[in-house]
Design a protein around this ligand. Structure first.
Ligand code: ADP
Length: 408
């Protein structure tokens, strides 16, 4: 039999060598076609069906051969009892003809049923192999970077499950790839502005447009510092997003966290003339300790208070406190300000990486839109949630996050 050539594009198998019979050539062609249509898995399935057919046929022939003489003699006996003895030569003749008739009809029956079984097995093998082949081809295309690839779900059986899981995997890969692309675009965008500024100042200096004095150097220095801050924030955000920042919660009084954060920022509030109100002294409500990594939560509070200060004009007010939440199982920290507020359409995106409500406004202050992303990851790593509210532009904003109570 000629070996089938399974390379795509070759529609027919290699022809057998000279000297083989017509039947051999036809069988070779047929086998090649079957192999092309079914592949190796299909051939294995088909072979197992053929084995079944062969075993069935052998059993059928063997049983018929074994039963036929006994059955013939029994019937002959009955004939003798009914109509007298049958001459020996007639009995032999009858037996020979009976055997010939049995063989003839068995040959026909076996041929027809084997052909029918072969066709049905071919059909079933194709039904099983086709989805597996489609999946194989789709996997190859995904491996080549075509993440939008999906396959049809063939049904509710195991193959359907396989196709469903494949589609889920493809969707996750596509999202990851999209995030990676977006992150690269964001980083490129963020780096472009300070670099362009530095380049502009340096060209101005070289051309004599800018005087070589401390104020010019200060401008360049400011842009370089912004770049440095951006790189530091990026490193931090990639660490928290990869889950590499470990938090070590320990029982901590909420007031200690608030005090640590406000103590660091109070001078800047005074400089800008923004009031910072904390629930200090005997008026502070007695709250149970929370499970917090003090360094990380103080970092979150400093971020929220820093934003509140940044987006509140002088003369305004910022307030921070903690209160029981979720039926006393959590503690909510709240930072609220009387600043410029956030338009409602921006609120759902405020914690997204690099998201800024007003790009130009934030650029002046050097914000990269990463602070809230880091805050959200740190709070979630503690098992809490962070939220932002604002009644609208010019009407202040409120940020709050929850932390679980420390177990006694
Ligand atoms: P940034 O470093 O730009 O402040 P953040 O992630 O901390 O980045 O904040 C994202 C954006 O959310 C800010 O650019 C700003 O537009 C908005 N924002 C954050 N806090 C406040 C606030 N208290 N009042 C008004 N807008 C705010």
């Amino acid at each position: 039999m000629g070996r089938a050539n399974r390379r795509p594009g070759n529609r027919l198998p290699a022809m057998p060598t000279r000297g083989t019979s017509l039947t051999g050539r036809l069988t070779g062609r047929l086998a090649g076609l079957i192999q092309q249509r079914l592949g190796r898995l299909g051939l294995r399935l088909l072979a197992s069906y053929l084995l079944l057919i062969l075993v069935g046929t052998v059993m059928l022939v063997a049983t018929a051969e074994w039963m036929a003489p006994t059955a013939f003699h029994r019937h002959l006996q009955q004939m003798t009892e009914a109509g007298g003895p049958v001459p020996e030569h007639l009995a032999r003749d009858l037996y020979r003809n009976f055997r010939a008739a049995v063989h003839e009809s068995m040959f026909m029956a076996v041929s027809v049923s084997a052909a029918a079984a072969l066709l049905i097995s071919l059909f079933i093998s194709r039904r099983v192999v086709e989805p597996v082949r489609t999946l194989g081809a789709a996997t190859g295309r995904i491996a080549a970077g075509h993440y939008s690839e999906r396959v049809a779900v063939p049904g509710d059986d195991e193959l359907g499950d396989l196709a469903r899981h494949f589609n889920q995997m493809a969707a996750t890969l596509e999202q990851t790839e999209e995030r990676r692309r977006q992150l690269l675009a964001d980083i490129a965008h963020e780096l472009r502005t300070p670099l362009a500024s530095i380049q502009g100042y340096m060209e101005g200096l070289a051309d004599g447009v800018f005087p070589p004095d401390p104020s010019t150097y200060e401008l360049v220095h400011r842009e370089a510092a912004r770049l440095q801050r951006l790189v530091r924030d990026l490193a931090e955000v990639s660490r928290v997003e990869a889950g590499q920042v470990s938090v070590h919660p320990q029982p901590t009084p909420p007031s200690a966290l608030i005090e640590a954060a406000t103590a660091r920022l109070r001078p800047q509030f005074e400089d800008k003339g923004v009031q910072l109100l904390t629930p200090a002294g005997p008026t502070a409500p007695e709250l149970p300790p929370v499970a917090a990594d003090p360094d990380r939560i103080v970092q979150v509070l400093i971020n929220l208070l820093g934003n509140a200060l940044h987006y509140t004009p002088s003369g305004g007010r910022v307030q921070v406190w903690a209160e029981p939440a979720a039926g006393g199982t959590m503690v909510r920290f709240v930072v609220t300000d009387t600043g410029i507020g956030i338009p409602p359409e921006h609120l759902p995106h405020i914690f997204d990486r690099f998201y800024r409500v007003d790009k130009s406004r934030s650029r002046v202050g050097g914000g990269s839109g990463i602070g809230l992303t880091i805050a959200r990851h740190l709070v979630e790593a503690h098992g809490g949630e962070i939220q932002a509210h604002s009644p609208g532009p010019g009407r202040g904003a409120t940020f709050s996050f929850t932390l679980p109570r420390a177990r006694p």
